[in-house]
Design a protein around this ligand. Structure first.
Ligand code: NAD
Ligand code: UDP
Length: 324
């Protein structure tokens, strides 16, 4: 029987590359598409010789063409770290809006099921805690994070419109902070920032007083939730994340312990509109998908630390991404 064909945009990024691995393992023919603006071919080079893997270097904010049949599309292309999307704000708005429009059009033409990567950022600085899918959010549209949050909110709106008006088979996952191997050490997100600082012998920079919270999900758990959502019949947005909530100050202390660094924790100003608390309510994922995270933070952090330690020295000191 011919293999099911899946297009994964953002396939050279952190989550996209793990999704490529998972779908190859599940026996799919995987087509990864990426313009490498925040991604890296090293994340997928182990797949290049695989007969069921193809890579297209393309910006999905421009018309997307894929020859042949497509059964599934995962739209994961988008800068995802605050310092990335602050450096490339227009590209971020475009990939969430024009890029999503292009991929919904492709899904319609190919009669493919499409899952789009939304985010806990649609809840902004939430006034409801933990966040349930029914909560509309508290987003500042014109603040620095607005370029990401509003692009993702538009992405959800246009995805629902294609579902309702064009009968496209759609799924929307709201991803909460996910971590693991292949995160970029210099992408500014808190975990690579702290581990990078520990490895370079620098102080760990906590923003604000560190009382803000996040809930960190290990990448294998996140990918499994996404896989199950894609294969389910549920078309409304679904939270996939780990409800284990921790303050950023406590998180920094965990990294100090994990790495054994002798450096201090220092405090820097809190960026504008930085959400004060974030924790997913995953009742829907549990009931509808039978999914819940399995990897504890201590286990996941250990694996991730080993990965960062194995990187070449020059990566440790590289401050910017080569493509922007
Ligand atoms: P990432 O930066 O590692 O990966 C994004 C990938 O998309 C990169 O390879 C990048 O080059 C590619 N890309 C960006 N714009 C593109 C364009 N116009 N055309 C083609 N490719 C493009 O980030 P990630 O953490 O893997 O995030 C992947 C997706 O998951 C994003 O849509 C993000 O919003 C979403 N998400 C991630 C998290 C998380 O914690 N990692 C949380 C919420 C949502
Ligand atoms: N953060 C921090 N020090 C850093 C980087 C981030 O204290 O060096 C904080 C940041 O202000 C936020 C939290 O860690 O409160 C998570 O930040 P990240 O950029 O990882 O993700 P997001 O804010 O999008 O959840």
């Amino acid at each position: 029987m011919a293999k099911q064909r899946i297009l994964i945009t953002g396939g050279a990024g952190f989550l996209g590359s793990h999704l490529c691995d998972r779908f190859i393992k599940e026996g799919f023919h995987v087509i990864a598409m990426d313009n490498l603006i925040t991604g890296d071919l090293r994340n997928i080079e182990h797949l290049f010789k695989h007969p069921d893997f193809e890579f297209y270097h393309h910006d999905v904010s421009s018309f997307v063409h894929v020859p042949g049949e497509l059964h599934y599309i995962l739209h994961f292309a988008s800068p995802a770290s605050p310092i990335d999307y602050l450096k490339i704000p227009i590209q971020t708005l475009k990939v969430g809006s024009l890029g999503t429009h292009n991929l919904l059009g492709l899904a319609r033409a190919k009669k493919a099921r499409i899952l789009v990567a939304s985010t806990s950022e649609v809840y902004g600085d939430p006034l409801v805690h933990p966040q349930v899918e029914e909560y509309y959010g508290n987003v500042n549209p014109i603040g620095p994070r607005g370029v990401y949050d509003e692009a993702k909110r538009f992405q959800e709106a246009i995805t629902m419109a294609y579902h309702t008006y064009h009968n496209v088979d759609t799924r929307i996952v709201r991803i909460f902070n996910t971590y693991g191997p292949r995160m970029r050490l210099n992408d500014g997100r808190v975990l690579p920032a702290f581990i990078g600082q520990a490895l370079r012998g620098e102080d760990l920079t906590v923003f604000g007083d560190g009382s803000q919270t996040r809930s960190f999900c290990y990448v294998d758990d996140e990918v499994d939730g996404i896989y199950r959502l894609l294969m389910s019949d549920y078309h409304l947005p679904m939270n996939i994340g780990n409800p284990g909530e921790i303050t950023i100050k406590e998180f920094a202390e965990e990294i100090v312990k994990l790495t054994g660094t002798k450096q201090k924790i220092v405090y820097k100003p809190l960026p504008q509109d930085d959400p004060k608390q974030r924790q997913p309510n995953i009742t829907k994922a549990k009931e509808i998908l039978g999914w819940e995270p399995k990897v504890s933070r201590s286990e996941g952090l250990k694996i991730t630390y080993e990965y960062f330690k194995s990187l070449p020295q020059e990566v440790l000191y590289q401050r910017d991404h080569k493509n922007f």
